[in-house]
Design a protein around this ligand. Sequence first.
Ligand code: ADP
Ligand code: MG
Length: 250
Amino acid sequence: MITITGLNKYFGDHHVLKDVNLEIHKGEVVVVIGPSGSGKSTLLRCINYLEVFQKGSIVIDGEQVGGNALTGKMTRLEERRLNKLRQRLGMVFQSFNLFPHKSVIENIMMAPMDLKKLSKDQAHAKAEALLKQVGLEEKADVMPSSLSGGQKQRIAIARALAMEPDVMLFDEPTSALDPEMVSEVLKVMADLAATGMTMVIVTHEMGFARQIADRIVFMEDGCLASQGTSEEIFAQGPETRVGAFVNKIY
Ligand code: ADP
Ligand code: MG
């Protein structure tokens, strides 16, 4: 589904992704772990081209991500192609980024109406189904400000799903939440994984990672330092870098 080959990313002189190679298969749940500053967010942001990268390639279902490698400049045709490609990737961030002046259901309906040209009725029906999926059908008409953090994040997930993405990318979706709200969001994500959604998840929730991941990828200092199945990674002793990392925060 996603093939990342020889990916290198610099911020000025700062080399933040160093020859990253990664394959993500359809239906796979890949959890990315690693210390703060190791390049996890940058990797996700390169996948949907929120960041320009200097070397290497990212191919999503046969489509190349990106424009001119050095400048990031794109022709109008490339831009249109990239926008289409982006619609196939759902992204959920640490901060929920809901539109504050729109009701919950309007937040979910907007992109499908604007970008997929769904009618209002179609978008409404879809949004209702998604609200049910994340367990918040009774919140359709409230404003985001009246929701808890956990509820906001569940709405953000529903909003991303409304575009029917092929892949969902999550960047520390529970890091900004009060501890008592973490599990409700993780449950929505686990339910989603059970539907066969392809997911790439950056998280520090090691118990969740262990439970949900088909594969765990450990990043350190811009490198993909090791990867393996959840069993393989958690079997690593504390003498290995990844073992030390997962044991310290698990
Ligand atoms: P992580 O998500 O693993 O904590 P990031 O991908 O956010 O790491 O950051 C990787 C490195 O890139 C860090 O050293 C960070 O300071 C740097 N970095 C991230 N974003 C920018 C930016 N917009 N400009 C300059 N440096 C950045
Ligand atoms: Mg990050």
